[in-house]
Write a protein that binds this ligand. Structure first.
Ligand code: SAH
Length: 319
């Protein structure tokens, strides 16, 4: 999955109508603007103007451009650091945010100031391992000859205790890359100050279920077909991310639905203001707002988790 996604992202810009999938910042400027204001509000209340704005997997740089514009109105112009492995997307990001600096991984991010880290649809792109309860016990799901089959090695140690008695055929997912990135960033934020905001589709584990999926041309396709040409994702376990952050000294907020978060941050007022300024675009603005917040669209499946330095205040938008 890691190799397939590296090849996939490395060779194309998959976003938007002509691509394979669309993300919240590509639906409307309101998403990035509200995250920018959320960031500015948190930083100003923490009394920390000298932070760095970090984005993990910034796509086309749209979220960052919208967020930075909103932050500038609040008087903040932080240095911008992007963690991005795709050369094609780096080129797009350079057009959107020319002043950014790029990193292959999180190890080289600045060490001298608080980090405000935004990760929208980043953790879902990292490789999961899947374990299946078979008649012989827990086995990792392997791939051979284009099909899934259980491995030979006992993997009971990988399974959370709460799930160890799951029924035959149950699948448990783990995301070691997400765990490692969260552990390192949490350690950095605990030492330097700051917060991380993760927005993604996911659940609060421990839970069973196969969430591996492949998207091509906005449709679900077979994840084992044509590796490197389709977007592979798995749902994010927000309870796991929160637990790792807590172990490394941070304070997690409750995990809230994207719809509730954006509504609490004032998306209705922002949509109304944009529509007043652009009456001809009012229907499109309302359609975008609906898509971001409605429970039957992105509003419920997408969730928001913030983990912060223990001395930092409670962020906005999380009841
Ligand atoms: N945040 C953007 C893009 C989401 S798509 C948006 O909301 O529109 C996933 C992004 O993560 C892409 O930019 C992809 O190139 C990047 N990415 C995927 N795997 C990565 C990895 N292992 N390290 C760094 N970036 C990665």
């Amino acid at each position: 999955m890691a190799d397939a996604n590296a090849a996939y992202y490395g060779g194309r810009d998959p976003l938007g109508r002509a691509g394979d999938f669309t993300t919240a910042p590509e639906i409307s400027q309101m998403f990035g603007e509200l995250i920018g204001l959320w960031t500015a509000d948190l930083v100003l209340r923490a009394g920390s103007g000298s932070m760095a704005y970090i984005e993990l997997g910034p796509g086309r740089g749209t979220l960052a451009a919208d967020a930075l514009r909103a932050m500038a109105k609040a008087g903040l112009q932080p240095p911008v650091h992007f963690v991005e492995t795709s050369p094609v997307l780096r080129a797009k990001q350079r057009e959107a945010v020319p002043a950014a600096r790029w990193h292959d991984g999180i190890a080289t991010l600045p060490t001298d100031r608080p980090l405000l880290v935004i990760a929208n649809e980043f953790f879902d792109a990292l490789a999961v391992r899947q374990f299946e309860r078979t008649a012989r016990g827990w086995r990792e799901r392997m791939v051979a000859n284009g099909a899934f089959l259980p491995g030979d090695t006992d993997c009971a140690d990988e399974i959370p205790i709460a799930l160890s008695d799951a029924p035959l055929g149950a699948i448990v997912e783990r995301n070691p890359a997400a765990e490692a990135i969260m552990a390192t960033l949490a350690g950095r934020i605990a030492a330097q100050g700051g917060a991380l905001l993760a927005v993604d589709y996911g659940y609060e584990g421990p839970a069973t279920g196969d969430t591996l999926q492949a998207m091509s041309g906005h449709a679900h396709v077979d994840p084992l077909e044509a590796p490197g040409t389709r977007d592979l994702t798995a749902h994010v376990d927000f309870a796991m991310l929160a637990a790792v952050a807590r172990e490394h000294g941070l304070r997690p907020t409750p995990c809230v639905a994207q719809g509730a978060f954006l509504t609490a941050l004032g998306i209705d007022a922002r949509a109304a203001a944009l529509s007043r300024a652009n009456a001809a675009g009012a229907d499109a603005i309302e359609a975008a707002r609906y898509r971001l917040v409605a429970p039957e669209a992105m509003g419920r499946l997408f969730k928001v988790l913030c983990v912060r330095h223990p001395d930092w205040p409670m962020p906005a938008g999380i009841a």
